[in-house]
Design a protein around this ligand. Sequence first.
Ligand SMILES: [Fe+2]
Length: 225
Amino acid sequence: MHKKTLTLCENYVKMKYTCAMKIPSLQEAERLLAEAEYANPGPWVSHSRNVATAARLVAVHHPRLDPEASFILGLLHDIGRREGVTHLRHQIDGYNFLMGLGYQDAARISLTHGFPIPELNVYNGNHDCSSAELTFLEEFLASVAYNEYDRLIQLCDAIALPAGFCLMEKRMVDVALRYGINDLTLRGWEARFQIKSEIETVIGRSIYQVLPGIVEGTFGVSLDR
Ligand SMILES: [Fe+2]
């Protein structure tokens, strides 16, 4: 009885917060992603779908995260790639695009997902933005207080390859091999491990227990005999 009541309360908290969030409907988010894929097709779309699925699967076990809102935020976190093949620029483009549609909570995820610590240089790829945009981003990071949706998508972005889910360490090395490392890389990795640990404490299990195909995604083979 107590467990049932607690679950209803938790669902009420999730619903109340989610209703206040400025995000598109699931149908609209799917439409925006399909439109973006048409403009700039690439593996980033499958990656986005996997981030969304991971976010929903984790949120199902979380008392304060709404699974559908989590899925929508995952779908749209890289939507700035609709503008073409870019680097840091995709975060600014995604923010501007979603802000223009009035989806402020999805827009902030466009900016926060690449910064497990709020420092511009933890992003080691090309800073292909204007100086005004870099100043905006620095000021945003200096003032932001990450919420649980920011943390969720930062985590899921680090375990989702285009082909499926994998051990976080594999994805980190994959990114490091493509873009190199700098003096903030290890702090960024530590922050992602910390996020993983905090979320696992809340959901009471390993994230790898809720994501299908981790072994295949990490090792490229099935270990079933
Ligand atoms: Fe991503």
